[in-house]
Design a protein around this ligand. Structure first.
Ligand SMILES: Nc1ncnc2c1ncn2[C@@H]1O[C@H](COP(=O)(O)OP(=O)(O)OP(=O)(O)O)[C@@H](O)[C@H]1O
Ligand SMILES: [Mg+2]
Length: 383
């Protein structure tokens, strides 16, 4: 309509201006990252707590797109302790994958950039700040010390190469002086470890000859080929049916115990989290709104969103007319407001919630919530 401004509409001229500005910003970040011979002091640091493998500290990852800046991850802070499983849950689009991709430096570039905060990664001997680590150094960490298992195994395996060749390649890449024979033996050993009975047969097969569950096992074998300190599993079982899902989760748990690594488990499935995780982080619209031990978050959820999430989980044997669903939707990540993002959907919203984004309330040393209502309850408890 002529003369009337529509806030969702961007003119071609405006869009060009945004792209130009974005390019300026992203080029600056890319230049920093692609430098050669960066002195180690620039990216080596210290852990806050040496018992952690990863510490996300006020991480901001933005996408500079032609319609504006998407603040996918906007101030995320949480730890992954050594040998523990941390479950990350939250609605679709809340930034779970972008958080894990930031840790691997695999965010789509150049538009996706870490603009603030740090990610400390503990290799056991050194601590890297991933946000500052140059691309060349990152290759030594990725696959070797941290590895990722993706949602859809068929898209991660190459359809034209045999399984054996694909696992061999990874093992050979990370163990440069291993003989061909040793590499093959190691591959077969890995296939056996992930519970493939006919390992030698599968070694010579193509991906399409295997079932979804088998393919996911292969992906896990590839992910674990180098005994990583951290395994990131981004919805590892979403593409599988329930019985295979249970098997894959068992497998992950066994393997974790065997190589004593930590798991960052990203999922929509609260059942999976309850079964697997030691700690739970609940994300909403690019921020952590509640975190604590699995017991605390499941038994005593405090944030209205977490409470809603728990209520929307179906329970066997409990009769309900309709599953609970949280009203409203997640706010648009372009132009995020600076008040509690959940305010417009919240049943417990008070006048205080009109204020700035709520600070963190410490319920116990491990249980933290960002919510005005919880601040109030805590104040009353203290009085
Ligand atoms: N390459 C990209 N360019 C622009 N925006 C992106 C890009 N990748 C992700 N985003 C945006 O970042 C936000 C977070 O995405 P992310 O993939 O982390 O969500 P998620 O929590 O993993 O969701 P899901 O549960 O569906 O996997 C979304 O709003 C998404 O649209
Ligand atoms: Mg995702």
């Amino acid at each position: 309509m002529a003369g009337k401004k529509n806030s969702d509409y961007i003119s071609a001229k405006e869009s060009r201006r945004i792209s130009r500005e974005n390019r300026k910003i992203t080029q600056k970040y890319e230049k920093m990252r692609n430098r050669k011979n960066v002195p180690k002091e620039e990216y080596l640091t210290q852990m806050k707590d040496p018992r952690n493998v990863v510490e996300f500290d006020n991480l901001h990852t933005y996408f500079f797109t032609d319609v504006g800046v998407v603040k996918s991850v906007d101030g995320v802070t949480f730890d992954i302790p050594q040998g523990k499983t941390v479950g990350v849950v939250g609605e679709s689009g809340c930034g779970k994958s972008v958080t894990s991709l930031s840790l691997m430096q695999l965010v789509q570039r150049p538009q996706g950039q870490i603009v603030e905060g740090s990610i400390r990664f503990n290799t056991g001997t050194e601590v890297y700040d991933i946000a500052k680590t140059p691309a060349s150094e990152m290759q030594k960490l990725r696959g070797n010390l941290m590895s990722m298992i993706f949602q859809e195994p068929m898209t991660s395996l190459n359809p034209v190469f045999r399984i054996g060749a694909q696992v061999d390649e990874i093992i050979a890449l990370h163990n440069k002086n291993m003989s061909k024979e040793d590499v093959k033996n190691r591959t077969i050993e890995m296939l056996k470890m992930v519970g493939i009975a006919n390992a030698e047969g599968v070694y010579a097969m193509y991906p399409h000859e295997l079932s979804g569950g088998m393919r996911q096992r292969i992906m896990i074998a590839i992910g674990l080929a180098c005994n990583p300190k951290l395994i990131i599993a981004d919805e590892p079982t979403t593409a599988l049916d329930v019985t295979i899902q249970a098997q894959i989760l068992d497998l992950l748990r066994d393997l974790k115990a065997k190589i004593n690594s930590s798991i960052m488990l990203i999922t929509h499935d609260l059942g999976v989290v309850a079964e697997m995780a030691d700690y739970v982080v609940v994300m909403y619209a690019g921020r952590v709104i509640e975190k604590g031990t699995a017991r605390e978050v499941f038994k005593d959820p405090r944030h209205p969103y977490t409470i809603g999430l728990m209520n929307s989980k179906p329970v066997v044997g409990k009769k309900v007319d309709r599953l609970y669903s949280i009203p409203g939707k997640v706010p648009n990540p372009v132009d995020m407001p600076n008040y509690c993002y959940f305010r417009d959907r919240c049943e417990f919203c008070t006048k205080e919630c009109d204020g700035a984004y709520p600070g963190e309330v410490q319920i116990t040393p491990t249980h933290v919530v960002s919510c005005y209502r919880c601040q109030e309850i805590k104040r009353e408890e203290n009085e």
